[in-house]
Design a protein around this ligand. Structure first.
Ligand code: ADA
Ligand code: CA
Ligand code: CA
Length: 321
């Protein structure tokens, strides 16, 4: 009897801690609290918030754990907020001296491998919000989002892992989408039809996935940042060429997946990316005709680079940081 009570209590305890609100995202560890100065040793995705509501920013060096640093207050009803980093992150340290320093975004120098720096998107997450209830279609020329925060409504989906959600943007026929920040609900992100380009895009909280190639073409993805996904970051559902350069991607199941069971050919080139905390790995296919390459990039806890049958899957200029 005593044993039974003990086990029941232990189970209840586990359940309570698994579901109670947390001051850091899953897999993150707190490095300091609001009003304190903390520092990270390299470009690190720092979460700021309380009770399961966070904003994220790539910071390096010393910064103040404050609303000013992160550009917005993710949970105004909570006065105690924490700054946290991925558990295998850059070894943050805390000092208790309050400061007004606002920290710097990731290094402008070459921070690993090859030519050019890895900075990700330059749009921050503090812009005005646009609620999106029907997919914005970009079918020619350039759509400039002005670094506003585009947040899907329930008409598109809830940003969870359920399939069948609609994209926030559809880019087609070689058109360009630039300067966009996705808010807390990114639904099914961006869909590409017949090729297109995206430039300077930030996902603060990746939805079901961040982007999908839906029909054949060449897709160019540059200067992007993506955080806090669950499964795929990039989903490829059609024969295509994908070029990705200058990306910062943290906390996904995998960076890229060719749709399971498909055998068409995709060619993927990834250059100057910082990829961290992938549950499974970077590139996955079931197609023995597809190719993937990653160059001049920084990896941390990124799993296997090549998963599946790839005709060719190579890496060079990789720094493990
Ligand atoms: C999963 C699912 C596919 C497709 C894909 C996607 O892999 O099995 O049918 O929906 O996600 O495009 O998100
Ligand atoms: Ca999916
Ligand atoms: Ca999807």
């Amino acid at each position: 009897m005593l044993k039974k009570i003990f086990i029941t209590t232990a189970l209840l305890g586990c359940a309570a801690s698994a579901f109670s609100a947390s001051n850091r995202p899953e897999g993150y560890v707190t490095i300091c609290k609001i009003g304190e100065t903390c520092s990270v040793s390299g470009a690190t995705n720092v979460a700021f918030g309380a009770a399961d509501k966070f904003v994220y920013k790539i910071l390096s060096g010393s910064f103040s754990c404050s609303v000013a640093t992160f550009g917005s207050d993710p949970n105004p009803s909570k006065s105690v907020k924490e700054c946290s980093i991925p558990k295998s992150g850059s070894g943050g340290t805390t000092s208790s001296t309050p400061t007004s320093s606002s920290g710097s975004t990731s290094s402008s120098g070459n921070n690993g491998g090859g030519s050019g720096s890895i900075t990700g998107a330059t749009c921050g997450s503090g812009g005005s919000t646009v609620n999106v209830s029907s997919t914005i279609i970009v079918s020619s020329g350039t759509y400039d989002g002005g670094c506003k925060v585009f947040n899907a409504t329930s008409a598109l989906g809830d940003g969870s892992q359920s399939e069948g959600q609609k994209p926030v943007f559809r880019v087609e026929n070689g058109a360009t989408l630039k300067n966009v920040v996705f808010g807390n609900n990114a639904a099914d992100g961006i869909h590409f039809y017949n090729g297109g380009t995206i430039d300077n895009i930030r996902w603060t909280n990746v939805g079901e996935d961040a982007m999908t190639i839906k029909s054949s073409g060449t897709v160019n993805v540059k200067n992007i940042s993506g955080y806090a996904g669950s499964d795929k970051f990039i989903q490829v559902n059609a024969a295509s060429t994908l070029n990705v350069s200058n990306c910062v991607v943290d906390s996904m199941g995998k960076f890229l997946r060719q749709n399971g069971g498909t055998t068409f050919k995709i060619a993927v080139n990834v250059d100057r990316c910082q990829i961290s905390n992938m549950g499974e790995g970077i590139f996955r296919t079931d197609s023995s005709t597809s190719t993937a390459k990653i160059t001049n990039s920084r990896l941390r806890n990124a799993g296997s680079i090549c998963i599946g049958k790839w005709a060719s899957c190579t890496s060079s200029g990789i720094t493990n940081y």
